[in-house]
Design a protein around this ligand. Sequence first.
Ligand code: RP5
Length: 167
Amino acid sequence: MNPKLAIIMGSDSDFPVFNKGIQFLKDSGIPFRMEVTSAHRTPERTVSLVREFEEQGIQVIIAAAGGAAHLAGVVAAHTLLPVLAVPISSPLMGLDSLLSMVQMPGGIPVATFGIGESGALNAILFALSIIGPGDKTILDQARKFRSEQAESVLKKNHQLQEKIRNK
Ligand code: RP5
């Protein structure tokens, strides 16, 4: 199966926020591409990657970056594919990254998620919601994630009740 999801990061130092999401994609057998490319340090490669993604049939691009985080905006400027932005924490605690991504000028949309790990996981799950209606395998995996998550909350609640009972 060709990947329909591409994840790009401004630096390899951004990778840790994707640990949980990548584990989920791998466990679910969902193919994806992941590349390091920077809007500032490798601007030409960034644009050529976007072309490559379009030619390969990628349907959603997740772009993560920190600081003066222009990656998602630059990518969105070069494609009509949906671009989901993940702000990475920074010396300013990621507020700079978040604002760089969320405050796009009208006309070039970027859907921005929360800072860090939760944002990265939600961007991946959101990408599956976009791709899912056209791909039953992906939709099934997204449903499975939700139900396993609900089960784990119920289990934690059960453990909590036991703890209270035994106090
Ligand atoms: C951004 O600068 C990257 O996305 C990263 O979050 C930040 C720092 O990059 P490194 O100096 O760790 O490579 O472009």
